[in-house]
Design a protein around this ligand. Structure first.
Ligand SMILES: [Fe+2]
Ligand SMILES: [Fe+2]
Length: 319
């Protein structure tokens, strides 16, 4: 390293330390010029995952359209899709400030590289499954975006997520309302709802990835891009989801434990992995490496669902 390079490296390091000190003191960062390379890289990675995963909800929600029972349900699905396009757009507009072309990221990225959760790559079998997924999984997704709105040290990201979170809350409330409706309608719909809950509930619990003790302390937390850890979000979701299930009469593998004064899983191995062919969970404990490896492989619609998205054939069945 030459002297000039050494001076530059030490200047960059002190700029990095100065920004970190401001952030840790609770200051919010407003301007793009204030971003240091490390902070910028953390925000970029967060935005890339967030923006792309909003896009992938489209290809999943679309599969509910054919199985929706009536026009009201079809309108609700279209509304959801429209909201999710908006979420991708909101976060994409912010991401473009980092010099990224969101159009390219959404419509020209290699379909095999989309960041998503595998549940978004399974077709929806009936409308009960769609509303149950809203009730449990939009609830799960909202904890991640809500954390960013409440705590992110980059102020523009907080503002971007206001509308997103308002709509995510609407999605899970919509899901909760109709889950209850179909659970109480008749024996047939009750069974559809319970079957959907058995499939969907573990996706919510596995939503946040590895537990904290296996993850270390990521830069996202050091730079206060996030405040809630994976374990914190999982615990918040478990409480909220189990409480909803108990109020509605749904059977879930979790309960409130009086002795611990906390919500605990009960009857669900953790971690476990899914069986894509059976569209079910294995229901036996596995290793985190295997579970995460299968999550990365994705579900059966991958990558065809993203190829379809890129061909923009969305109008085909709608009109
Ligand atoms: Fe969303
Ligand atoms: Fe949503």
């Amino acid at each position: 390293m030459s002297t000039t390079e050494a001076v530059q490296a030490s200047q960059e390091e002190s700029a990095e330390e100065a920004l970190l000190a401001r952030i840790q003191a609770g200051e919010l960062i407003e301007d793009m010029d204030e971003l240091t390379p490390r902070y910028k890289a953390i925000l970029e990675r967060t935005l890339e995952i967030a923006a792309q995963s909003e896009v992938t909800v489209l290809t999943w929600a679309y599969t509910a359209f054919d199985v929706a029972p009536d026009i009201g349900a079809k309108v609700a699905i279209c509304g959801t899709i429209q909201d999710e396009v908006g979420h991708a757009h909101q976060q994409g507009m912010l991401y473009e400030r980092f010099g990224v072309n969101m159009q390219k990221l959404a419509f020209e990225a290699d379909p095999n590289t989309y960041w998503s959760l595998p549940i978004m790559e399974f077709p929806i079998r009936n409308y009960a499954e769609f509303v149950v997924a809203q009730a449990f999984l939009d609830r799960a997704g909202r904890f991640t975006t809500w954390d960013l709105e409440l705590h992110c040290s980059f102020a523009p990201y907080r503002r971007t997520l206001k509308k997103v979170n308002f709509e995510e809350a609407f999605h899970f409330r919509h899901g909760a309302l109709w889950t209850k409706y179909y659970f109480e309608q008749n024996d047939e719909t009750k069974k559809l709802v319970q079957d959907a809950v058995n499939w969907i509930f573990p996706w919510g619990y596995h939503w946040y990835g590895r537990p904290d003790h296996l993850k270390g302390h990521p830069d996202q937390l050091t730079y206060k891009v996030r405040h809630w850890t994976n374990d914190t979000m999982r615990a918040k979701w478990l409480k909220s989801a189990t409480d909803f299930a108990d109020r509605t009469g749904l059977d879930v593998p979790a309960r409130y434990d009086e002795e611990k004064d906390d919500y605990v899983i009960d009857g669900m191995p953790y971690p476990m992995t899914f069986d894509a062919e059976k569209m079910d969970w294995e229901w036996e404990e596995t290793t985190w490496d295997r579970a995460i490896g299968n999550f990365k492989k994705g579900g059966p619609m991958r990558p065809a669902c993203y190829e379809r998205l890129q061909r923009e054939e969305w109008g085909d069945k709608l009109w």
